[in-house]
Design a protein around this ligand. Structure first.
Ligand code: ZN
Ligand code: ZN
Length: 314
């Protein structure tokens, strides 16, 4: 069997579109009938669907550049990896997932990449439609940069594209409150609705956690895993919510925020801080970052644990 190493034989995301439609309608109906936990708000769902559509259009615009870059790097490949070998698919499954973890982590920890990813977290609901709330500016922010090492190793561009699609389709079904916890062995290895609810939560205790794509093992390995606890149900959305369903604002608000801050920057340090510091960075530390929010929460926890001062001796 010969497979085109550059043009993917199929696109997992396109193939999954009927599944997206059927399961979103199913989740809405189950939610209405109170057979499952599923909160939908029509304006919010419309925004999610429009963001998904816009993301595909943006992908078409930047696609040619991305393909040229990946194919260009692949010309200098170290190994010739055959697409027909089973071990090649096992290898790319793990390596693509590892690169996804790091890119996703960067997308939360550095504002330039957060500006592109923030829209995925802008819904205050957590349902299957939220999964479709995808970036419009990922091409510009370089979502695809971590595909380049895979091409350099020698994985054919078509293989990288298919594995990326499989990862995206996998991550679709975990955007739901209808599923509580999966069996323990599954929760231990794979990213699940429970793990990803934590990732979408804005409760301080859950911030900056569970960046996994398919396998949760990377978070456990690199120290970013936080389990969902029954005592604290996740509250969804951004630390400061947009309160807006305007798709242009959802897509571009953080880029506009960066632009406004850069206009006030007084030194190269401030320019770099506003662009590549953690989201919420400010020269005088007057704004909140997820680290400061988490530290304050921890301090409150500690204070609550401390025994009350002894009563004064009479
Ligand atoms: Zn994220
Ligand atoms: Zn998500």
């Amino acid at each position: 069997m010969t497979l085109d190493p550059i043009k993917p034989a199929f696109d997992p995301v396109t193939l999954a579109i009927p599944l997206f439609v059927i399961t979103i309608v199913g989740e809405i109906i189950l939610g209405r009938l109170r057979k499952a936990k599923a909160a939908y708000e029509p304006r919010d769902t419309a925004t999610s669907l429009m963001m998904g559509l816009g993301s595909n259009i943006a992908g078409l615009l930047t696609g040619a550049v991305v393909i040229a870059a990946v194919v260009g790097v692949w010309q200098f490949r170290i190994f010739d990896i055959p697409m027909t070998a089973w071990w090649a698919w096992v290898a790319i499954f793990f390596l693509e997932d590892l690169t996804y973890y790091w890119f996703h982590r960067l997308s939360h920890e550095r504002r330039f990449w957060w500006a592109s990813h923030v829209n995925h977290h802008s819904s205050q609901h957590y349902n299957l439609a939220t999964a479709l709330r995808q970036t419009w500016t990922g091409g510009i922010a370089g979502t695809w940069l971590l595909w380049l090492p895979l091409a350099l190793i020698g994985f054919p561009p078509a293989m990288i594209a298919i594995q990326k699609g499989i990862s995206l389709v996998y991550q679709y079904w975990i955007h739901t409150e209808a599923i509580g916890k999966m069996p323990r062995w599954f929760e231990a290895v794979f990213n699940t609705p429970s793990h990803h609810r934590v990732h979408h939560a804005r409760n301080p205790r859950y911030l900056d956690a569970n960046y996994a794509g398919i396998l949760i093992i990377w978070d456990k390995l690199f120290g970013t895993f936080i389990p969902e606890t029954d005592e604290e149900p996740p509250r969804y959305g951004l630390v400061k919510n947009l309160g807006d369903f305007n798709i242009l604002r959802v897509a571009f608000h953080e880029w506009i925020g960066i632009g406004k801050d850069l206009m006030t920057a007084r030194s190269p340090r401030e320019v770099l801080g506003y662009l590549f510091g953690p989201p919420g960075w400010s020269p005088d530390g007057s704004r909140e970052t997820s680290k400061t929010l988490k530290a304050k929460w921890l301090a409150r926890q500690e204070a609550a644990k401390e025994p009350a001062p002894p009563l004064a001796a009479e």
